[in-house]
Each structure stands twice: as C-alpha cells, then as structure tokens.
Ligand binder design. Sequence first.
Ligand code: PXL
Length: 264
Amino acid sequence: MKIYKALTIAGSDNSGGAGIQADIKTFSAFSVYGMSVITAVTSQNTTGVKDFYKLPTEHIKKQFETICEDIKIDALKTGMLVDEEVVETVAEFIKRYHLKNLVIDPVIKASKGKDLFNKKAIESYITRLIPYSKIITPNKIEAEMLTGEKINSVDDIKKCARTLKSYGAEIVIIKGGHIDFEDSVVIDTVYINDKFIYLKYPKVQIKDTHGTGCTFSAAITANLAKGIEPLKSIRIARAYLQGSLENALDVGKGSVCLNHSWTK
Ligand code: PXL
C-alpha cells in the first residue's frame, strides 16, 4: 500500500483544537501520514490563548531539514508562522527541496487576547511565500490584511481573490465564515482557472469554535497528498469540515471542539 505523507508547519495548540494537533488529527482521518514542524508553542484551552512561545528559528530550520533529508513530502500546509523569519524559512525550504502542493492558511488574526502574527511578516508572505502556493485559504480579515482591500460585497470578494492570485497563488479560497451573505448559510468563494465557484453550506448553530481554518486547510492538504485534483480536494475537505462541526464536542468550559474522527 502506498503511504501518502503530509507536513504541517504551524503552532502547537496544547488543548488539541487548532494548530498542529488539529492538522495531524485531520491527516489521520484521511489515512495520510502526518508530520510537523512546530513554529511556536501556545498555552491555551477552550476559553482562549493565554500565552505563546516562538521556537528559535534555527530549531525550526532543523526540524524542517531533518524531515526533508529523509522523507518525501507529498503535500504541505502552513498555519501560524509567527514572523517574517519563519515565513522566509519556509520559502527557502520549498525552493531548496522542490516541495509541491503547498496550502497556505495565513493565520494572521489576533485570537482571543494574543496576536498570533507580526505585521511585518505580511510583506514576506506576499513576496516570498505566496508565489509557491497551490492554494491559499484566507478568511475575510486575513484576505483584507494581505491585500489592503475591504470586503463588503460579492464584487469585493472577487477583486480581493484576483489580487491574491496576482501575488502568485494558483487557487484562492476566501472563506465565508466571517462574511454574512445570508443568515443561515456559509459561502466559500473558490477562484480557480479564472472562474469563481461557490461552496454553500448550512451554518452550524453552535457556540464559538476554533480550529476550523486549520482543519479545512489540513483536509485539503491530505487530499492533495493522495494525488486528488485540487477542486475535488477542496470539496472533500469542505464536506469533512461540515461533519466535524455538526458532530462537535463539548470538551471544556469555552468554545466547542471539532470532532476530527466523525467519519469513523
Ligand atoms: O485557528 C488559528 C490558530 C492556529 N494555530 C494555533 C492557534 C490558533 C488559534 O487559536 O492557537 C496554534
């Protein structure tokens, strides 16, 4: 049996809802062998992020190098990259090892009390990393921060997607979770081959959650790793995310956690 291998470069969420932990659980749900390069370690639970510690860039490089020297990576994704040094490190490794199938989840927003990103890194994303990406998956805020544009209408979303594509991304997905088209649905906009495709799902009425962006991008990455074509990978990933939201788990006192194993 062929083993498909995927790598996540992201932060650790010790409470298991987002970041590295969500990514690895998702890779496993698709029977893809998961690996990690940890950029930072957060201290958090379902009520919020209390603190985070960035690992020294040299150590992040060593994690990356040891994997690349040994194992063929079929697809990879990025999450919380913290600062421009890490963004540039990822770009260097992608170039050096000719890595393919990069999914960028540009985790930029400040999350419950702690900034997960340094604004200087935005420029590095645009000039160094996005040119290597197959798919980029920003939410509204991230798309606005990366483009300097505002999203208030469907036309704004299209304009923003075109700008992100002009940075070198092959496929752009602007997630609809923070955009209110209609009360009862979430619409993700996929810009692919100069066409706009809309993925429409009923809004799941649950308490606050986190890790949805990590899970969605990890599911896309897992399917790309298996050699599934991008649009199909995106559709499979979105259906999987919906199931993990509909079967969410009340693990702690705060936000609910996605159920990564709901398909089993
Ligand atoms: O969902 C964004 C995110 C990504 N990565 C880590 C996080 C969070 C949000 O809290 O903690 C490690």
